[in-house]
Design a protein around this ligand. Structure first.
Ligand SMILES: C[S@@+](CC[C@H](N)C(=O)[O-])C[C@H]1O[C@@H](n2cnc3c(N)ncnc32)[C@H](O)[C@@H]1O
Length: 329
């Protein structure tokens, strides 16, 4: 098991499959992109599946989420999913994606064993989308979402980040749209993980503000009052239910105390937290012929030292050296 000194057990693995992306969201990457990881440093499909196998069969991981960068850019994705789905015990498999290309790949991913998807979409307006992502692909994202739902990759969750003066007036519109399409909407507070280091605490749209804006159009009642599980989203019934809306308040109401996550970057580094400043290199061990038990031991040690909190609430907080796209969001 992946236990830490604060009594938490990590069972949820985020695997980044690439640091590359076909969008350039302003809160994530600069317009010109980043210096991508050399391919030789990226884990191969076999290496990735081997690490997932070690996590699932030796370390108690039950949930695996593929992310990036943009994981749909990874040519071997359906094969990786199929091989992970064949593991015993079978982990639950999900994907965080911008949705571009799902119209082609959703059925194959479902057949390979993918259970569900989270699609990131911050606006319903194509002109805003182009400004926010620096790419004119709004229509492709909407089509990708529909394809995921039609393929049965449900529940289809939609992740939205609101930014002041850019799309923070769209909260009720986004929720109304998600309810009509049967998507589960979650708002995520913007985090200091952009490559440009442009995040400002004072400008961030907080969970409290998001809820206030929604409350102007919907009756919201807390779903799990007083109970905070390991799920990062706090959820509210919308107009009495059954539909819900989630808010992931990573900055103002962090869920560190119940965090059950462990992370693997596309270049084979274990991270105990998005905001960790330390990484543990599994790639070198893999490539120097280390047996499974030795790799599992390195992973256990990496997680044992997980800090109590992300440190985001500390005025001396230092942003991790790598941006979100290189860690795996
Ligand atoms: C880094 S992306 C990777 C997966 C995929 N490309 C996607 O778009 O979902 C994962 C999620 O991180 C979010 N994200 C990126 N930078 C962020 C930031 N600074 N604060 C909050 N969320 C961020 C994106 O909006 C997206 O929902």
């Amino acid at each position: 098991m992946l236990t830490d000194t604060h009594g938490r057990i990590a069972t949820d693995l985020r695997v980044s499959l690439t640091d590359r992306c076909n969008l350039r969201c302003t809160y994530c990457m600069p317009a010109e992109g980043l210096a991508w990881q050399p391919r030789s440093e990226q884990l191969t499909d076999d290496e990735t599946v081997r690490l997932v196998r070690i996590a699932v069969t030796r370390l108690g991981v039950t949930d695996v989420r593929f992310t990036g960068g943009e994981p749909l850019l990874r040519p071997g994705l359906p094969g990786i999913v199929a091989r992970c789905a064949a593991l015993a015990p079978r982990p639950r498999l999900s994907l965080t994606t911008n949705g571009i290309g799902l119209t082609r790949t959703a059925p194959a991913l479902r057949d390979a064993g993918l259970d569900r998807v989270n699609v990131s979409l911050d606006t319903l307006r194509p002109d805003r989308f182009a400004r926010l992502t620096r790419r004119d692909r709004h229509r492709d994202v909407l089509a990708g979402l529909a394809a995921a739902r039609d393929a049965g990759l449900e529940p289809v969750k939609v992740n939205s980040v609101l930014m002041r003066g850019l799309n923070d007036d769209e909260a009720p519109e986004l929720l109304d749209w998600a309810l009509r399409h049967g998507y589960h909407l979650r708002f995520i507070e913007q985090m200091p993980l952009d490559a440009q280091h442009g995040w400002q605490r004072e400008r961030m749209v907080t969970a409290a503000e998001i809820l206030e804006r929604l409350a102007g159009s919907f009756a919201l009642t807390p779903q799990d009052e007083g109970v905070r599980g390991s799920a990062p989203a706090e959820r509210w019934w919308v107009d009495g239910g059954p539909a819900t809306v989630g808010v992931i308040a990573s900055v103002t109401r962090p869920f560190c105390r119940t965090c059950d996550r462990t992370r693997l970057t596309a270049d084979g580094q274990v991270r105990s937290c998005l905001f960790a400043r330390e990484e543990t290199d599994l790639r070198t061990a893999l490539r120097s012929g280390a047996p499974d038990e030795e790799i599992a031991g390195l992973w256990r040690t990496a997680m044992a030292g997980k800090k109590a909190g992300s440190g985001l609430d500390d005025p001396a907080f230092l942003q991790p050296a790598r941006p979100m796209s290189a860690i795996g969001g």
